[in-house]
Design a protein around this ligand. Structure first.
Ligand code: PBG
Length: 349
C-alpha cells in the first residue's frame, strides 16, 4: 500500500508525456492562421523600423522576393500598409483615391510574383491625411465628419476591388462604413471581394510603433480631437461586441478585434456572439513590448511569441495579423514534420 492519497482526479495524468499532451491539446497555431503586415514605400533601400525590430519599410522592388519567401513558408495572406510621402498628404486625403496608388502598385508587384497570395488592404484615410486622422474633418476642424468620410471609403474600396485586392479591411471605425462599402462593391459588380472589418478596434496606446512606421503620428497630438471619438473605448466590452455585430449585419465577411492580447475577453465574447470567421490583430505595441523585454534578457522571445499567438487562437481567433508571422513560420518549418510548435518543448520530459 502506498502512502499517497487516493485521488480520483489527477490533472497531471494527461500532462506526463509529450504524446499525451499533443493528443489532448485543443488549440494550435500554424502558418495557415497568419496574415503578415508589410509596410511599403516607393523606392530606396529597405529601412529598418527601430520600434519594430525585424520589420522594414520595403521598397516596391523588394516585394516579389518577400512574397515568394512568405508563400514558401506557407503564409496565405499579407496586409499592406503604404508609407506615403508627407508632401502628398492633404487635409482631405485625396491621394487615397489615385487609381495607381502606392498600395495598389505594391499589390500588383506581389501578385505578379505570387498570384495566389491573398492581399488585404486597409480602407482608411489616415496614411493620406495631413493631420493623421482616419477621416475628413468638419469645417471647424473639431470633429471627423463621419458621413463624408464614409462616402470616400466606399470609393476607395471599389477602387481597390477593381484593382484586384482580395480583401478590403475598413479600419477607421466610422459608423455605417461596412454597409456603404458592401453596397458600393455589389453595385459595381465586385461580388467576390471579401470584407474584413476592423469591427472592434479600440482606441489603444499599443498602436504607437505603427504610427511611427507609417509616419502618421500627428493625430495623437491634434488638440482637442483624438481617435477616441471614433475608435472603441477600452473600458467597454459589450459595446464593442454590439459594434462588431452591426458590421456583420451590414455585410462584413470576417470580423476583427484589435489589439489582440489585451482584448482576449472581447474576442472570446464575440466568438460566442457570431458564426462569422474572426480575426485578431496582434498590433505593433504588442510585438514591440515582447522584443523590448527579450532584448533585455527578461523574456525568451520565441516562447513568449508562441504563447501570445496561441492565447489569441485559444480565445477564438481563426486568423491572426501579426508582425511575428514570418519568424513564426520560419521556426514552425524548421521544427520538422511533426508540426509541433516550440511551445510544446517545455523543460523536462
Ligand atoms: C489605421 C491603422 C492603425 C493600425 C492599423 N491600421 C493605426 C491607428 O488606428 O492609428 C495599427 C496597427 C498596429 O499598431 O500594428 N487605420
Amino acid at each position: 500500500m502506498s502512502d499517497s492519497p487516493l485521488l480520483l482526479r489527477r490533472s497531471r495524468r494527461v500532462r506526463q508525456h509529450a504524446g499525451l499532451r499533443r493528443l489532448v491539446r485543443a488549440s494550435q497555431v500554424t502558418p495557415d492562421d497568419l496574415i503578415m503586415p508589410l509596410f511599403v514605400k516607393e523606392e530606396g533601400p529597405r529601412e529598418p523600423i527601430p520600434s519594430l525590430p525585424g520589420q522594414f519599410r520595403l521598397p516596391l522592388v523588394d516585394l516579389p522576393r518577400e512574397a515568394e519567401h512568405l508563400a514558401l513558408l506557407g503564409i496565405p495572406a499579407v496586409a499592406l500598409f503604404p508609407v506615403i510621402d508627407p508632401r502628398l498628404k492633404t487635409p482631405g486625403g485625396e491621394a487615397a483615391l489615385e487609381t495607381e496608388a502606392l498600395v495598389l502598385r505594391a499589390m500588383w508587384a506581389l501578385k505578379a510574383a505570387v498570384p495566389e497570395m491573398v492581399v488585404v488592404t486597409d480602407i482608411a484615410l489616415d496614411p493620406y491625411t495631413a493631420h493623421g486622422h482616419d477621416g475628413i474633418l468638419t469645417a471647424d476642424g473639431r470633429d471627423v465628419d463621419n458621413d463624408a468620410t464614409v462616402s470616400v471609403l466606399a470609393q476607395m474600396a471599389t477602387l481597390h476591388a477593381e484593382a484586384g485586392v482580395d480583401v478590403v479591411a475598413p479600419s477607421d471605425m466610422m459608423d455605417g462604413r461596412v454597409g456603404a462599402i458592401r453596397l458600393a462593391l455589389e453595385s459595381a459588380g465586385h461580388t467576390r471581394t471579401a470584407l474584413m472589418s476592423y469591427a472592434a478596434k479600440f482606441n489603444s496606446a499599443f498602436y504607437g510603433p505603427f504610427r511611427e512606421a507609417v509616419g502618421s503620428a500627428s493625430a495623437a497630438g491634434t488638440p482637442g480631437l483624438d481617435k477616441a471619438t471614433y475608435q472603441a473605448d477600452p473600458a467597454n466590452r459589450d459595446a464593442a461586441v454590439a459594434d462588431a455585430l452591426l458590421d456583420e449585419e451590414e455585410g462584413a465577411d470576417i470580423l476583427m478585434v484589435k489589439p489582440a492580447g489585451p482584448y482576449l475577453d472581447v474576442l472570446h465574447s464575440l466568438r460566442s456572439a457570431t458564426r462569422l470567421p474572426l480575426a485578431a490583430y496582434q498590433v505593433s505595441g504588442e510585438y514591440a513590448q515582447l522584443h523590448a523585454a527579450a532584448e533585455r534578457g527578461w523574456l525568451d522571445l520565441r516562447r513568449a511569441r508562441d504563447e501570445s499567438l496561441l492565447a489569441i487562437k485559444r480565445a477564438g481567433a481563426d486568423g491572426i495579423l501579426t508582425y511575428f508571422a514570418r519568424a513564426f513560420a520560419e521556426d514552425f518549418r524548421s521544427s520538422g514534420d511533426s508540426g509541433v510548435p516550440h511551445y510544446s518543448h517545455g523543460a523536462g520530459i
